[in-house]
Design a protein around this ligand. Structure first.
Ligand code: 8WZ
Length: 159
């Protein structure tokens, strides 16, 4: 059946320094109660990187001076035709100071101590690719938020 696949495009930005990664505890809405990168829906009229820079500043106060696209994640929820397309970025060069927002409580984590038990279940599968600097594409099928039915991850050469 040719079902209109409603696609929603999101950004997801991780701020890195040599040994740490900045995560935000989502205080409300989608993904509430989970540590994640900073991001949100790409708005009409903005490019994906522009949306990524905007959401990062809105959610934690930092202004990214450069963004590196490190991967692409696609999510489906069983019983929901919507495809979530999440463009993952890293930044190592930024200015401003980290502030708590209504959406997010930011916290630096040592790369050896990432709180996967309080993150989306898919993160444990693809974080190693990101931390190795590999460009990855992953697809995950969820049943609710607490069960991954199927997934695949591939390492891609740069686009
Ligand atoms: C289903 C899903 C969605 C997101 C998301 C939405 C907006 C930004 O990210 C995720 O992020 C992570 N790490 N796992 C995720 C799973």
């Amino acid at each position: 059946r040719d079902q209109m696949t409603a696609k929603k495009v999101f950004s997801l930005v991780f701020v890195r320094n040599a040994s740490e990664i900045l995560l935000g505890m989502k205080k409300r809405g989608f993904g509430q109660g989970k540590w994640n990168g900073f991001g949100g829906k790409i708005e009409p009229g903005e490019t994906i990187p522009e949306g990524a820079v905007r959401e990062l500043q809105e959610e934690c106060g930092l202004i990214a001076k450069e963004l590196k696209n490190v991967g692409l994640l696609e999510f489906k929820f069983e019983g929901d035709p919507t495809l979530l397309e999440v463009h993952v970025f890293e930044t190592h060069e930024y200015h401003g100071s980290v502030i708590e927002s209504e959406e997010m409580l930011p916290k630096w984590y040592n790369l050896k101590n990432i709180p996967f038990k309080n993150m989306w279940l898919d993160d444990e599968h693809w974080f190693p690719y990101m931390l190795r600097g590999e460009f990855f594409k992953g697809h995950f099928l969820y049943r609710g938020e607490d069960l991954i039915l199927k997934y695949n991850i591939q390492v891609l050469d740069k686009l």
